[in-house]
Structures are given as structure tokens and as C-alpha cells.
Ligand binder design. Structure first.
Ligand SMILES: Cc1cc2nc3c(=O)[nH]c(=O)nc-3n(C[C@H](O)[C@H](O)[C@H](O)COP(=O)(O)OP(=O)(O)OC[C@H]3O[C@@H](n4cnc5c(N)ncnc54)[C@H](O)[C@@H]3O)c2cc1C
Length: 400
């Protein structure tokens, strides 16, 4: 851990110098860019390594039928224990909540300050008001008449595709955003869960979503620039678009009040806010108000859900990853999770280990980084037979 900490403290830009090949540097850039920080910022190396380690060891799973099924399963668990879920009502003050022994708030500091009002001591309020938010995202969802015609065969197999070009291009895009500008060629994170989950679209069709980073609170619609990046690596993509839905960063906050200025990570992942989140306190979850706790991504370990699923216990199959050559000793890239029935409402899911290994979270293979004008090619995940028909021009993909 200490070794990882020392390595990870470095910015991705420094760590990238260790790699001779542009593909490896681009791979790191895409993973590190998840931090929404300039790649010269401390800790971007740690996040890049972490994302890639997860990709190699357990992959980046997607949920069969859509992520809402996780919420359904959790809600089912709660109701089976006698709980009640109420939706569609925004809590405006803490006083509007029912009396309870403990109140767990899945909100960021800014909302907590508003909810608590005068009940919060001035010093605590000031400390929370110093919490910094990161850039926003502009997100587009597409309905497509067919799979994305990625030039690189490996991209047609990947659940997540990072688009950006070389390390330098990705780094430029992220530093532009940090400087308050909208990049002309933005780093884009694109997800095509349908490559492993046919339930996401009617036969032959495909769904896709993608976002790029933008300055906080931006109302700029980046659709054209995102689509241009996809078209760059998948000529003919635009011809497949049946419908699209766009949310600018400002729109993201309207959609979910936790996405302050469009920041989907619950606050900037700076060194300070990674160690002390949201503020320096022995117990970061406890607030100044008795029985009131913060439990959102603005508290440790921070934003994100990647890696919440872990490999099954020894002897049980592990999900795979296509992010780079998978070493034989782990078996990554050669095994698939066992498929079992999807969770029923109210069915106990157990811990994340069970979720990942019992096959309710089918594997999506992340593809990270690109090389010059062609997306970086990595080894495709081994797919369950019959999951996806090979597309025209599919050829053997090389290892990353
Ligand atoms: C498009 C997209 C892609 C992402 N991809 C990844 C990824 O690949 N890997 C990764 O690790 N992370 C990813 N993330 C980030 C990850 O999803 C978030 O970090 C995580 O969901 C944050 O969890 P949370 O519990 O803090 O908040 P949320 O999941 O946002 O939950 C907070 C809930 O509280 C509700 N709420 C807020 N205020 C109130 C109120 N006053 N009254 C009532 N309800 C309220 C909100 O509406 C929301 O439903 C992604 C996010 C997005 C949007």
C-alpha cells in the first residue's frame, strides 16, 4: 500500500514517462482523466492506476437490464425489512424529515448547509462552504440503428471506450476544462453496455451514452464535439443515430441536485479533498448536528462506483477485462462470470462479491486510451457464445 501511495501521489503526467509506448501512456491518460483534474495534478496517477488495476482484476461490470436494477434490489431489500421508500419529493429542510434516531443524508456539503439552515454552527458552515466542486459533464444518450462502427475491432467488444487520442491530447483537453474553456476535441467517455447485455436494445439496434468534461455549471451543448470525436474513430457513426437526448452540465444539476455544476463526483478530487472529505474531521460522516450524518460521494472514499464489484472467492469464476494483455496467472481475459438468474425484487443480493460472481453484473470490458487517429487496441474480452455476432470486418485484435 505504501508503495502504491508513493507511486500514486505523482501526477499521471509523471507516471506516464515510465511507459515507452504511446498506447500505454494513452491508456493511463484515459483512466486518470476520470478524476476530472488536469493530468499534472497530484493523485491523478493513483486514480489512473486504480482504475486500470480494477480493469485488469475484476473488469468494469455493467448491470444486466440497466443500473436501475441495483436500486430496485436495494429498495427490495429495504422493503423486505419493513422499510418504506418515498420518491419524487425534494427535502428542503431537515425539519421536514420525520423524527429518527439517525438521519443519513446522501447530499453534498452545499445542500447540507441549505438543509440545516440556522441549526448549523457558523464555523462548521464556513468550513463546509469552502468545499470545492469539480468540473461538470455534458452527457448525451443515443438510440442507434446498429452497433457503433469502431474502426478498431477491440472497441466493438468494449463496454467502455475512452476517446481522446494520445496522452498529450487527453491532457490538453483536461487542462482546457480546468482553465474554464470548452475543448474543441474533448476527451470523451463512451459506454456501450449493449455489447454484453442484449436486453439494452431491440435486436440489431444499440444504445450508447457518452460524456465529456466541461467547466462547472456550463450550459454549452457539446453534442457536436462529442459526436465528432466518435466519428473520428468510428466513421459512419452519425448515420446510425435514430434519436438523442442531451444534458448540459447545468441540466445535470437540474436532473440531480447532487451534481453541483454538473460535477458527477460529489466534489473535486484534489489531494486535500481526497484525504479530508468533506472537511478535516476525525469522523468525516458525522455532522455538527446530533444524529445527522453525511453519506454521499462527498465523504470517503469519494465519488464513483467502479470497483464496487469484486471477484468471486477462490474457485469461482472471475469477470474479465480487456484492458491490456491479461496475465495468465490471474486468468483475466479468459473467464466469464457464471450466468444465473437476475435478482428478484426483494431478493437478498449479499455483498458485492456475490453480485459480481453470480453473474448478475455481466462484464463490460473497458478499453482505455487511444493512439494517434486510431483508438488504442486492446485484447477483447472473451464473450459468452451467442452474446454478440461478430461485425463485418472484425479481425483479431492485438494485445494492448
Ligand atoms: C453518466 C455518469 C457516469 C458515471 N460513470 C461512472 C463510472 O464509470 N465509474 C464511477 O466510479 N463512477 C461513475 N459515475 C459517478 C457515480 O455514479 C457517482 O459518483 C455516485 O453515484 C455518487 O453517489 P452519491 O450517493 O453521492 O449520489 P447520487 O448517486 O447522486 O444519489 C443522491 C440521490 O439523492 C437525491 N437527492 C439529492 N438531494 C435531495 C433532497 N434534498 N431531497 C431528496 N432527494 C435528494 C438525488 O436526486 C439522488 O437520487 C458516473 C456518474 C454519471 C452521472
Amino acid at each position: 500500500m505504501a508503495r502504491f501511495g508513493l507511486e500514486g501521489l505523482r501526477p499521471a503526467s509523471v507516471l506516464a514517462r515510465r511507459f515507452r509506448e504511446e498506447e500505454a501512456r494513452a491508456l493511463l491518460a484515459g483512466a486518470a482523466a476520470h478524476t476530472m483534474l488536469p493530468l499534472t495534478a497530484p493523485l491523478t496517477g493513483a486514480f489512473g492506476l486504480l482504475f486500470l488495476m480494477i480493469a485488469h482484476s475484476v473488469g468494469w461490470p455493467v448491470v444486466e437490464g440497466g443500473s436501475a436494477r441495483i436500486v430496485d434490489a436495494l429498495a427490495g431489500e429495504l422493503t423486505s425489512l419493513g422499510g418504506r421508500v418515498e420518491t419524487g419529493r425534494l427535502a428542503q429542510t431537515l425539519d421536514s424529515l420525520p423524527q429518527a434516531r439517525a438521519v443519513l443524508l446522501d447530499v453534498t456539503p452545499r445542500q447540507f448547509v441549505a438543509l440545516a439552515g440556522d441549526r448549523l454552527p457558523a464555523a462548521r458552515r464556513r468550513a463546509l462552504e469552502r468545499f470545492r466542486y469539480g468540473p461538470g459533464v455534458c452527457k448525451v444518450d443515443w438510440a442507434l440503428s446498429g452497433p457503433v462502427p469502431w474502426e478498431a475491432a477491440a472497441c466493438r467488444e468494449a463496454g467502455t471506450v475512452h476517446l481522446g487520442g494520445t496522452f498529450a491530447e487527453v491532457a490538453r483537453s483536461e487542462s482546457e476544462v480546468a482553465a474554464g474553456r470548452h475543448p474543441e476535441r474533448p476527451f470523451c467517455l463512451v459506454a456501450q453496455p449493449g455489447v454484453v447485455d442484449p436486453s439494452r436494445a431491440p435486436d440489431g439496434k444499440q444504445t450508447l451514452w457518452g460524456y465529456c468534461h466541461v467547466p462547472s455549471g456550463s450550459a454549452v451543448d457539446m453534442t457536436d464535439r462529442i459526436e465528432a470525436q466518435i466519428e473520428r474513430f468510428a466513421p459512419g457513426f452519425r448515420d446510425l443515430i435514430l434519436a438523442r437526448s442531451v444534458r448540459t452540465a447545468a441540466g445535470m444539476e437540474q436532473y440531480n441536485p447532487n451534481y453541483i455544476g454538473g460535477d458527477i463526483g460529489g466534489g473535486a478530487g484534489t489531494l486535500r479533498q481526497t484525504v479530508f472529505r468533506p472537511t478535516p474531521r476525525w469522523n468525516p460522516y458525522r455532522t455538527a448536528l446530533p444524529g445527522v450524518y453525511l453519506c454521499s460521494s462527498s465523504t470517503p472514499p469519494g465519488g464513483g462506483c467502479t470497483g464496487c464489484a469484486v471477484p468471486g472467492p477462490p474457485g469461482r469464476p472471475s469477470p474479465t477485462s480487456a484492458c491490456g494483455p491479461a496475465p495468465d496467472r490471474t486468468g483475466a481475459g479468459s473467464q466469464r462470470p457464471t450466468e444465473t438468474a437476475a435478482p428478484r425484487p426483494g431478493q437478498r443480493l449479499g455483498d458485492a462479491r456475490d453480485v459480481a460472481s453470480n453473474g448478475t453484473l455481466p462484464q463490460a470490458s473497458p478499453l482505455c486510451g487511444n493512439h494517434r487517429d486510431a483508438p488504442h487496441r486492446t485484447r477483447p474480452a472473451t464473450h459468452r457464445p451467442g452474446r454478440r455476432k461478430p461485425g463485418p470486418g472484425d479481425g483479431p485484435a492485438d494485445g494492448g
